[in-house]
Design a protein around this ligand. Structure first.
Ligand code: F6R
Ligand code: MG
Ligand code: MG
Length: 371
């Protein structure tokens, strides 16, 4: 059976700062999707990661289906009313447009969708990250789908050995989707050359070359490119199908043990390590650290199993400790050098405004003529 999995995610308000949505807010979104999604959706799962609420939906209507997008948009609009009534912080923050127009692309919420023929056993991982941006997934996807040091399946399984096709988007280009397709392993160095710059080039999807089927789908929106001003980091979501023609679940999870540095954290303006956390985890230290959750499902006829928390295991407690150490080490150097993002990635305008004033006070010393 061919099914579509759609994830639409937004920050529409949170308790105690940019920490986590309230239970009442979550419940209102759940109730909306449950009631209005009847007859449209096969199944759904609503969760939070930091201050974001993600609506995961299964259906048969394909990607970009207006009714599915409208359902999520309306759920967020209804949630925003609840957020406002509770005095939640940043109520409706990610709803950048007033009226729904066809689909939620470019309207604020992050979207990722994948249409696929269900296999007899269909394991899917749903990743949600907060206090960072879509480039955060470049590193784990490169390792999981292109590096046999991470994924022994690339050597051990003839299917994986045929390699993977990466679709990569230039997210600086706002006039339309500027994409390139590159195949691993032949074009590995080209893939590496792009993915080393995660603020500009972002993996949008990954495909098995052996089966021609899609393994990965990432939400690539950059909010500040849409709004033209600071609106918070872009807090991406990602779907990954695993096993058989694709890397095993453990091969996909492994790169997250590195705690690689990503853009985000406090005021969306720092480099901080990405911490794998349990489902529905809040934000804390230094408005971070940037976090990622991973919920595992299987589907049959679009029906989801119960969610299993892929990062709720003693192994990841050790990783979390390691990532906290890395984060505190970086924080010790405050705003200096690599700790803070370069000028064009800062999410607030204060530094630019200050620089404009200081610039005028610079003088150029006249050079003494050589004797
Ligand atoms: C980062 C983030 C927070 C806020 C910070 C200040 O993405 O959401 O770190 O930037 O808490 O928030 P405001 O400007 O809303 O007071
Ligand atoms: Mg927020
Ligand atoms: Mg967020």
């Amino acid at each position: 059976m061919k099914i579509t999995m759609s994830v639409i995610k937004a920050d529409i308000g949170s308790v105690g700062g940019h920490i986590a949505p309230s239970q009442k807010l979550l419940e209102s979104v759940k109730q909306h999707v449950r009631e209005k999604g009847r007859g449209l959706l096969i199944d759904s799962h609503i969760s939070s990661t930091g201050d974001d609420i993600a609506i995961l939906m299964t259906h048969t209507h394909g990607a970009g289906e207006e009714r599915v997008h409208k359902l999520a948009w309306d759920a967020f609009v209804a949630g925003t009313a609840v957020a406002k009534s509770q005095g939640l912080y940043g109520a409706g923050q990610d709803l950048l447009k007033d009226a729904f127009s066809g689909n939620v692309h470019g309207m604020g919420p992050a979207v990722t969708e994948m249409e696929f023929e269900e296999r007899p056993g269909e394991p899917v991982l749903f990743f949600a990250a907060d206090k960072t941006d879509p480039g955060a997934f470049n590193f784990p996807l490169y390792l999981a789908f292109a590096d046999p040091m991470n994924t022994p399946g690339i050597m051990l399984s003839p299917k994986l050995g045929k390699g993977f096709r990466f679709v990569i988007m230039d997210v600086e280009h706002t006039e339309g989707d500027r994409v390139i397709e590159l195949s691993a392993p032949e074009e590995l160095y080209d893939i590496a050359t792009l993915l080393r710059d995660p603020e500009r080039y972002v993996v949008e999807s990954v495909w098995s070359r052996a089966a021609g089927t899609q393994a990965v789908s990432v939400a690539t929106s950059r909010l500040h490119n849409i709004a033209g001003k600071y609106t918070g980091k872009d807090d991406p979501v990602m779907l990954v199908r695993t096993q058989m023609d694709f890397p095993a679940t453990g091969e996909v999870l492994q790169p997250f043990s590195v705690g690689h540095f990503v853009a985000g954290c406090m005021r969306g303006s720092h480099n901080m390590p990405l911490m794998p956390v349990k489902m529905n985890a809040p934000i804390s230290w230094f408005d971070g650290p940037p976090i990622v959750s991973c919920t595992a499902f299987c589907t049959r006829g679009g029906m989801l199993t119960e969610p299993v928390d892929a990062f709720d295991h003693p192994f990841w407690d050790r990783v979390r400790g390691h990532v906290a150490d890395k984060a505190m080490d970086m924080r010790r150097q405050g705003f200096f050098g690599a700790a803070m993002l370069p000028m064009n990635e800062l999410e607030y305008t204060g530094i630019m405004e200050r620089l404009e004033v200081i610039e005028k006070r610079f003088t150029v010393r006249s050079m003494k003529k050589a004797a």
